[in-house]
Write a protein that binds this ligand. Structure first.
Ligand code: ADP
Length: 463
């Protein structure tokens, strides 16, 4: 198994290159050997033609003395490298050695069997590599003659042998050069990947702001670096918000804990009356309740972030839910001398998590009551609009400045720090409202004018 990508790519490249080179060799060898044989056949055919023409003329001149005419023709032609033979039927008139004669007769017979004037025949038993023979047949005064021009395949075989040897020598050399070239190319091509890996290794949670260098952003590796950098940005953002969350949460936890501890220290510093102990315990109880509320909220948001909150979806009537929430907050509204109106007469059925939806409405109503001065009005309205349901909580309270309106749904954000603290707020209520609305595929909007009041509208899709 080849481990590194560089070696694997080189191996693939080499395998492909060698296969291509081998194919090229086979095609080249085949084309060359066929071409050589064709050229030889053409030369032999023209030689046989010339000899036949000369023989016909000599035969004419010597009044039918075939043997004499054949001997004259061979003497005149003096063929080099080839054997020219003239036969009458199967009798050799001239040409060829005694050893070659059986093959010459066989060639003449084959030419006769082919019944053509001109033929080219292969003679496999001629010499070590066989031979090619061109035959020209003609008749003269009732006599049938065959003129043969034969050449052994020795020289072609020798040429092909040298070609094979050259190719066999070139193959390993070429593979070696291609391998070295391929290795160098892949090394060069993959070098940025190595550099990216080294840079990526040096990035930890402490320096998430660092980014990989991007060469050519249009190239594949540039795209990879860009995607990696985008991932780093997202990670950096979530790390940052986690860090802020932990910081804010610890900050919020510190105050009630300090109050509890301070109260206990003071109470225990000397002997107290029963009434004083009761007062101290009441303060401790109040702060502990605040503390558990904060811890509950934090836990809920952390679970929501981890996607671990399972909604308990059930069929419910939103008008009933809204009316019950108003009823439960009526005493608080009365204590603050605020008029709390609930406008939700019509039945509106909805599928959702009743506990969470109740929490959402209570948070909004509670805020409205907290940030509305005595004598003001808070209203809860339920409307249906096509497939949507709208829950609108409006107040005539202090309102929210436009720059704060953008941020009130952020965790731990308070528009008016000192007033919010006075009002017992942690700045988590609206982020919980937003999360509940979104987990029901809805959204929450804010409309507010400082001094005139605020309206929070939750839009939910009825399913
Ligand atoms: P808190 O627990 O501090 O009220 P929230 O997340 O519920 O936290 O609200 C965030 C901030 O938005 C509050 O601190 C307050 O300044 C502002 N706010 C929320 N509701 C209202 C409202 N009805 N009228 C005016 N200001 C509001």
């Amino acid at each position: 198994m080849i481990r590194t990508l560089r070696l694997r790519l080189t191996a693939w490249y080499l395998a492909f290159f060698s296969a291509l080179f081998l194919l090229l060799c086979v095609l080249l060898y085949g084309a060359l050997s066929r071409g050589m044989q064709r050229r030889l056949d053409a030369t032999l055919a023209s030689q046989a033609g010339t000899a036949a023409k000369l023989f016909q003329e000599e035969l004419e001149e010597m009044h039918g003395d075939a043997e004499g005419a054949a001997a004259d023709v061979l003497a005149e032609l003096q063929p080099s490298g080839q054997v020219v033979a003239i036969l009458e039927d199967t009798r050799i008139l001239a040409g060829g050695t005694a050893a070659q004669q059986p093959e010459l007769v066989a060639a003449a017979n084959a030419a006769r069997a082919a019944q053509a004037e001109e033929t080219v025949i292969g003679l496999p038993r001629w010499g070590a590599y066989g031979a090619r023979a061109a035959a020209r047949r003609f008749s003269d005064r009732g006599r049938s003659f065959t003129v043969l021009a034969v050449e052994s395949l020795d020289s072609i075989a020798a040429d092909l042998r040298s070609l094979r040897r050259a190719l066999a020598l070139a193959l390993p050399l070429l593979i070696l050069i291609a391998g070295a070239g391929g290795y160098w190319l892949t090394r060069r091509g993959l070098a940025p990947l190595g550099a990216m890996a080294t840079q990526a290794k040096s990035i930890t949670s402490r320096n998430l702001q660092a980014r990989l260098e991007i060469g050519n952003a249009a190239e594949e590796l540039g795209l990879l670096a860009t995607s990696f950098n985008e991932l780093l940005s997202r990670l950096d953002q979530s790390f940052e918000s986690m860090r802020r969350f932990v910081q804010d949460a610890s900050h919020e936890l510190r105050t009630p804990l300090a109050v509890i501890r301070g109260e206990a220290d003071v109470a225990l510093s000397r002997e107290r009356t029963a009434g004083e102990y009761r007062d101290s315990l009441a303060t401790i109880q109040q702060e502990s309740q605040r503390l558990s509320r904060l811890v509950d909220d934090l836990l809920n948001l952390a679970r929501a972030d981890a996607g671990r909150v399972q909604l308990r979806i059930e069929e419910l009537y939103l008008n009933d839910l809204l009316a019950e929430c108003c009823r439960s907050l009526q005493p608080l509204a009365a204590a603050r001398n605020i008029e709390l109106q609930c406008r939700c007469a019509e039945d509106v059925s909805f599928r959702g998590d009743e506990g969470l939806l109740r929490r959402m409405v209570i948070n909004l109503l509670d805020n409205a009551l907290r940030y509305t001065p005595p004598g003001g009005t808070v209203s809860a309205t339920l409307e249906t609009q096509g497939p949507d349901v709208r829950i609108r909580i409006a107040d005539t309270g202090i309102g929210i400045a436009p720059e704060a309106a953008q941020r009130v749904f952020e965790r731990f954000y308070r528009a008016d720090e000192s007033r919010s603290r006075q009002q017992d707020g942690f700045g988590l209520g609206l982020s919980i409202v937003k999360w509940i609305a979104e987990s029901h595929h809805g959204a929450v909007e804010l409309n507010s004018r400082p001094g005139a009041g605020s309206t929070f509208t939750v839009r939910l899709a009825r399913n």
